[in-house]
Design a protein around this ligand. Structure first.
Ligand code: MAN
Length: 359
């Protein structure tokens, strides 16, 4: 067994109930739609319960010879597109995307869905007594909203999520106190950017966030940090963490949930993929007073896709997290596996810290 897997077994203890949410557990949002993927949940405590804000990815049942998928218009009406799969101009090499006549589409349309738990975060229900579906709005979200991070700042839940449209992929912000009334702030970081994790505390009177622009040609898929006076206007961008040639995180990296404050620094669990689209999780420690300074980073992943539900599914060999609950030294981390199901694992902050290598 490779050393990295031995280490990983010691660091992350998967729930024996994994996967804890399957696609069949989630109702389609509209008649005629099929839930293909339930993945990458934001996580938070509300009314003394653990809640997940799932990403639900849907499309119509597929017919032989065609790839059929929904998009929305800017008023929220669904439109179904269908292309013949034998068209010489179609590119279906990545199951998540469609390339056709010079344009890119997604094979599924994602929205966000609330579920809550009555048993401390092992099983979840859609029956939580409040409307639980959040859809994209307007022209910047016509291909869906994805991978929402939930950060609690001054008693307000801040939702940073990926907005997808023909205009590109950017970061949107919504805020709520009660999960019934939402303020939509629109796009706070323009394309191409995603994986935005807000710090839950101000540092020297400024808000901070991790984010992931994508360089075209020069640069790459690196994690950046930015600060803001009001969470709407971001500046002072710095490149924080780069991909590492030859490593498990050589192709792209992106932040997970809100950084965890420890006495030694801000601990961030991030995802890293290689050129075969194998997604693992690692961790990085940032200076408490100046989070643009990296103190330590994992050499080996803290979680790798090795369980059958992590290696096989809609998009196999993927573990991806953007949500957790922290209780003392214990992290309960929720994650999407194979872009199809939701799983959870327990990790210890002190054990992650001792596995990091000083940079
Ligand atoms: C991208 C995003 C994620 C997804 C991974 C793996 O990073 O689209 O939502 O989980 O790819 O497919």
């Amino acid at each position: 067994m490779p050393q990295s897997i031995l280490e990983e077994v010691a660091l992350a203890e998967r729930f024996i109930q994994n996967p804890i949410i399957h696609t069949k557990d989630i109702k389609p949002s509209t008649a005629g739609m099929k839930v293909e993927c339930v993945l990458n949940p934001g996580v938070f405590m509300f009314q003394n319960k653990i809640w997940l804000l799932l990403r639900v990815a849907e499309r119509p049942v597929q017919k032989d010879g065609f790839i059929t998928f929904p998009i929305m218009d800017e008023h929220g009406h669904l439109e179904i597109l269908s292309f013949p799969t034998d068209d010489p101009e179609i590119d279906l090499s990545d199951k998540r995307m469609i390339g056709y006549q010079g344009k890119t589409y997604l094979t599924t349309l994602s929205h966000l869905r609330l579920v809550c738990s009555d048993d401390g975060g092992i099983s979840f229900t859609e029956d939580c007594g409040i409307p639980n579906q959040i859809f994209g709005h307007g022209s910047l979200e016509t291909y869906g909203i994805e991978d929402c991070r939930v950060s609690l700042i001054n008693g307000v839940y801040h939702l940073t999520y990926t907005q997808v449209s023909a205009y590109g992929v950017g970061v949107g912000l919504m805020r709520t106190k009660d999960w019934i009334n939402f303020e939509r702030d629109g796009m706070i970081i323009p394309p191409h950017n995603k994986d935005c994790a807000l710090f839950e505390e101000n540092i020297k009177d400024k808000y901070f966030c991790l984010n992931r622009p994508s360089g075209v040609g020069l640069g790459g898929n690196f994690i950046w940090i930015a600060s803001s006076p009001d969470m709407l206007h971001w500046g002072d961008y710095k490149c924080l963490l780069m991909t590492r040639p030859g490593h498990w995180d050589c192709a792209r990296i992106g932040a997970g949930a809100a950084p965890i404050k420890t006495p030694y620094g801000w601990l961030e669990i991030y995802h890293g993929a290689d050129f075969n689209h194998r997604y693992c999780l690692g961790a990085v420690l940032l200076d408490l007073h100046d989070p643009s300074v990296v103190l330590a980073r994992s050499d080996e992943p803290i979680l790798e896709p090795v369980a059958p539900y992590e290696t096989t599914g809609f998009f196999g060999n993927v573990v991806f997290t953007n949500g957790h609950i922290v209780d003392g030294d214990e992290i309960t981390m929720y994650y999407g596996a194979s872009d199809e199901v939701i799983c959870a694992a327990k990790l210890s902050i002190s054990r992650i810290l001792s596995h990091l290598k000083v940079v």
